[in-house]
Design a protein around this ligand. Structure first.
Ligand code: SF4
Length: 359
């Protein structure tokens, strides 16, 4: 799903709103943010912080245009990706360790194994104490017993096992991001990474808990063109591999054409047109969308831009917010806000030209 529009039209704020992370003094004044979770629709605007902390990362995550500002300069890549995994996937990883141990015990009973295979399996077998501690971690990862046992030598072997599992998960994520030599990169600090590599690490952080929705906020803006193409290809491939919906925020219609199935065009805080991507390019309806498409540079053609400026969103103009830049503006456009209407199946537009007697 592409979200496209000029700088300052509200694309990033829309993404942050979906995570209920609008920075103050901004606030969400109305509407709903509906997420399908545990077989029911949940309005995120009515949930407590603890619930939202589970949703962020696990159901919805976001990657930003400047990967370096999204990474903490004093922690290694491994530590930063682990944080999301530890917060959301402790139960899953503990269960994996317990399952691997059971399977290894069964396999060892069968015999017919070479010495090196036996040695490998024995490494996965957990002691009764380790099993018990992992079960306690599943019940309450930050419980007092778990915290104390993690610090006591000999008792803390379960923690080492768990940390090794998290580290192998981080390396797997980095490998999925097509990063060569992921074990080495996991121990690097952000300043040691190139721009493209840093963006791959940020994408790994975003996908580390396999969210339903990944909001990608202009993730290629600060990269050179060859790296941009690599990152776009990676995001498209990961969408298929992880089955994650990607909301791709951009001001570049070329990227929308390449990446998206559907597109929402935004202007001054409103979605003004929503459609399949092919339909938008073939049959744009809103005057702003038409103007945006005309601004795509073409070889030999004069360079075009949209006259005027995006209005202030603190004090937006009455009626249609595009009225002072629109070549089709009517008297009604200054007085009355247009309604979002369905111009044809799957194609909606916010403009008086497609409503009532003006249609
Ligand atoms: Fe132009 Fe009026 Fe449509 Fe706004 S509502 S885009 S001013 S024609």
């Amino acid at each position: 799903m592409g979200v496209v529009g000029e700088t300052g039209c509200g694309k990033s704020v829309t993404g942050l709103s979906e995570l209920v992370l609008v920075p103050p003094p901004g606030k969400i004044e109305g509407g709903k943010i509906l997420l399908r979770r545990d077989e029911q629709w949940v309005n995120l605007l009515r949930q407590r912080d603890a619930y939202l902390r589970k949703v962020r990362g696990e159901d919805i995550s976001m990657i930003f245009q400047d990967p370096r500002s999204a990474l903490n300069p004093v922690y290694t890549v491994k530590r930063q990706i682990s944080e999301a995994i530890l917060h959301h996937r402790t139960e899953e990883l503990c269960n994996k360790l317990l399952e691997e141990s059971e399977k290894a015990v069964e396999a060892l009973k069968q015999g017919n194994l070479k010495d090196n295979e036996k040695a490998k399996l024995r490494k996965s077998v957990l002691s009764n104490l380790e099993k018990r501690m992992l079960e306690m971690m599943i019940e309450d990862p930050s419980g007092l017993t778990v915290r104390v046992a993690s610090r006591v030598p000999f008792l803390n072997r379960f923690k080492h096992r768990f940390n090794d599992k998290v580290a192998s998960e981080v390396v797997r994520m980095l490998r999925d991001m097509r990063i060569p030599d992921p074990e080495r990169v996991a121990d690097m600090y952000p300043h040691e990474l190139s721009g493209g590599m840093a963006q791959r690490v940020v994408i790994a952080m975003g996908l580390s808990c396999n969210p339903k929705l990944l909001i990608a906020d202009e993730p290629t803006t600060n990269l050179d063109v060859t790296v941009q193409l690599q990152i776009l290809t990676l995001i498209r491939d990961l969408k298929k591999e992880y089955g994650t919906t990607i909301q791709y925020i951009t001001h570049d219609m070329g990227v929308v054409a390449e990446m998206c199935d559907r597109v929402a065009v935004m202007y001054a805080g409103n979605v003004v047109e929503l459609s399949e991507v092919i339909e938008i390019f073939k049959n744009p309806l809103h005057p702003y969308t038409k103007a945006l498409l005309e601004c795509i540079p073409r070889p030999g053609a004069e360079f075009k831009s949209i006259e005027g400026f995006v209005p202030s969103l603190i004090n937006p103009p009455p009626g249609c917010r595009f009225n002072d830049r629109c070549p089709f503006a009517m008297e009604k456009c200054v007085r009355e806000k247009p309604q979002f209407v369905s111009a044809k199946e799957g194609h909606q537009v916010l403009c008086h030209l497609y409503t009532g007697e003006t249609k």
